[in-house]
Design a protein around this ligand. Structure first.
Ligand code: URA
Length: 438
């Protein structure tokens, strides 16, 4: 097949058959399929069959680029006219991964513009959107005009997904979610990148997590996703690098929603700045500054980022973003006045040295406390979670603090916390940034 393909020529079942039989699809055919998906001409059963065919047969690089481009063009594509580069980060998700809340204002304080569209918690991982919902008054769905205005005025805005960007992905993702086709490297690549391209970015950094708290527990799988995203992004004209980072332990020592907002505030203001969280956040920010031409190299970027933190500018940008999106103007100075606190806060002590943490189990324990969802329609208790979580090698006798709605929930969470930790010999420290691709 060559050239364009009119709607009248297009038969979804023929495209599905060709992919089922392992043939490569032409870009025009993929575009027609995505157009049909967006307009509803491709049925749910056909979309599911297509996704399953892709899951088993895979897509070539040109097919992945074509799918990504078509899904990008299925809705609005944001245009920006700003004096600095438009940059963003995407993480594959983990526990205590509150990097976005620190990174967006840090990059903005260095001259970048960060229009960040974040998601809800997925599986055992927390979602930035759910964390922000813990800030009273903060509007996570401000509409595209207000979103763009806040980015222009403040330098960054972190909001939830909108119906306007990449609607084809929205439909396909919902179908994949219930048809056993989420775990396709090709479809994950197109899904993530179509939303980022629709946001009109100039540079992207991917944080691909690997370890017991990540979706990819093995290095080979994490590397494959990172390579796929970097290659497809290049094919679609978006400068992208990827860092593979450690998720064998929670990144921040806090896991939950309000407790992670509090953690990010303490990090930005310097009240508490833990080494590993700082290293990962700074490394991702530095990639963005270099991609955006704001720093010539990572060393120069690091210096600029340290200055943005030390001067308080990054913290100030965060405060302005919160206020611009309807949150309290004094969140930075009086977090306890605004962030909801749990009725029960309990220390959990254990003698010995931490040998390993089942990080995924910690994520599930947050859900057990009510800080994540059991069903898609569930609400979230922003107050609950864990703080001061111990890391492998720690021997100070505290596994963490449980933040719970009541004593019974605290009992269950305490048991889950104890079960997630294995005591023994201190393990060898794993670097927090394991690989760079791109
Ligand atoms: N996140 C996405 O946005 N899409 C996927 O397919 C998987 C994770």
């Amino acid at each position: 097949m060559s050239g364009g393909m009119s709607g009248a020529d297009f038969l979804p079942q023929e495209t599905i058959r060709r992919k089922r039989d392992g043939q490569a699809l032409e870009p025009a055919e993929i575009a027609a399929f995505v157009a049909g998906l967006t307009a509803g001409r491709v049925g749910e059963g056909q979309a599911a069959a297509f996704a399953m065919a892709v899951f088993f047969r895979g897509l070539t690089l040109p097919e992945r680029v074509a799918l990504t481009r078509a899904m990008t063009g299925s809705g609005s594509v944001l245009r920006w006219d700003l004096p600095g580069p438009i940059l963003d980060k995407h993480s594959t998700g983990g526990i205590g991964d509150t990097v976005s809340l620190a990174l967006a204002p840090m990059v903005a304080a260095c001259g970048g513009y960060v229009p960040m569209i974040s998601g809800r918690g997925l599986g055992h991982t927390g979602g930035t959107l759910d964390k922000l919902a813990g800030i009273p008054g903060y509007d996570v769905a401000p509409g595209l005009d207000r979103f763009q205005a806040v980015v222009a005025e403040v330098g960054c805005a972190v909001i939830g997904q909108t119906a306007d960007l990449a609607p084809a992905d929205r439909r396909l993702y919902a179908i994949r979610d219930v048809t056993g086709t989420v775990e396709s490297l090709d479809l994950i690549t197109a899904s993530i990148l179509s939303k980022k391209l629709a946001a009109g970015l100039r540079g992207l950094v991917m944080d691909v997590k690997v370890g017991s708290g990540a979706f990819m527990t093995e290095m080979a799988a994490a590397r494959a996703l990172a390579e796929s995203i970097v290659a497809v992004a290049a094919g679609a004209g978006l400068r992208t690098t990827a860092l593979v980072t450690d998720m064998d332990a929670p990144l921040a020592s806090a896991a939950g929603n309000a407790v992670e907002v509090r953690y990010a505030l303490d990090y930005l203001t310097g009240r508490r700045r833990e080494a590993r969280f700082h290293a990962v956040t700074r490394a991702l920010c530095a990639e963005m500054l270099v991609a955006g031409g704001l720093s010539p190299d990572v060393a120069a970027a690091d210096e600029r980022l340290e200055a943005a933190l030390a001067s308080g500018r990054a913290a100030e940008v965060f405060a302005r973003m919160v206020a611009a999106l309807g949150g309290p103007a004094d969140l930075l100075d009086a977090p306890d006045r605004h962030l909801p606190g749990a009725p029960v806060i309990r220390p959990v002590r254990q003698a010995g040295t931490v040998a390993a943490v089942d990080t995924r189990a910690l994520g599930l324990a947050v859900i057990g406390l009510g800080g994540g969802r059991r069903r898609a329609e569930d609400g979230i208790d922003a107050r609950v979670g864990f703080t001061d979580l111990a890391r492998p090698g720690d021997a100070h006798g505290l596994l963490g603090h449980v933040h719970a709605a009541d004593d019974a929930a605290a009992d269950r969470a305490e048991a889950a916390l104890r079960a997630a930790y294995r005591m023994g010999a201190a393990p060898r420290e794993r670097p927090c940034v394991l690989e760079r691709i791109g």
